[in-house]
Design a protein around this ligand. Structure first.
Ligand SMILES: [Zn+2]
Length: 215
């Protein structure tokens, strides 16, 4: 494999043939898709150049160039409808990323290890464990709130908790999202997505790699 200055762990964004984001894959999976002739076209920038076998016909060695975004055939039918109704699984890593690692009560930014999942309406008061009823909270705020609703505790949320769409969830799940992948995913976010502003700031300040690490 030829090193193009990209980490081997860099994820490739896989889309369907219509360009809808599907998932993150590693370079091995991307190469497999190229070999299986599943790649319809590529977008973004070249990340890896992988040498394959020698051709019996020409004696030349094949080279596969893997881009940051690849569109593939063979996605299952009905995915579009599924995607519209899709509710991503709730986990702390993506929840904290949804809220930019900011405690939605005090507004301060924390490391993942210092954050907790707060149930806005507590489970003990029939609150549910779903995206719109959970907020990123620092330990101090969560302890202070205890088993109360924000109203009962005299606290206020600084942002409205939302359920990420399919494309937003792919972004939230990504590790080290490259600038071109970020741009691509942004185009698939709902117009009112709170993530727009955040990503735009990162892209405009031209610090995509750092930004991806941060949020
Ligand atoms: Zn706090």
């Amino acid at each position: 494999m030829v090193d193009l200055g990209v980490r081997i762990s860099q994820q490739v964004l896989r889309t369907d043939v219509a360009g809808m984001p599907l998932e993150w894959i590693d370079y091995r999976e991307a190469v497999r898709l190229y070999h299986a002739e599943q790649v319809a076209y590529a977008c973004g920038t070249p990340l890896f150049r992988v040498r394959g076998g020698y051709s019996a016909l020409t004696g030349l060695r094949s080279v596969i160039e893997v881009n940051s975004i690849i569109a593939t055939h063979g996605t299952h039918q009905g995915l579009a409808e599924l995607r519209d109704a899709y509710v991503p699984p709730l986990n702390n890593r993506t929840l904290f990323k949804r809220d930019a690692n900011i405690c939605l009560y005090c507004g301060n930014r924390f490391l993942n290890s210092e954050l907790t999942r707060d149930h806005i309406t507590p489970i003990s008061q029939q609150g549910e464990d779903r995206w719109t009823n959970v907020a990123t909270a620092c330990r101090r705020c969560n302890n202070h709130k205890g088993g109360r609703t924000p109203e009962q505790a005299g606290m206020e949320l600084i942002a409205v908790p939302f359920t990420p769409t399919y494309a937003e969830y792919i972004y939230l799940k990504g590790r080290r999202v490259l600038a071109d992948q970020m741009e691509y995913l942004l185009a698939h976010f709902p117009r009112k997505s709170p993530l727009h502003k955040r990503l735009r700031i990162h892209l405009e300040s031209n610090t995509a790699a750092t930004a991806a690490d941060l949020c």
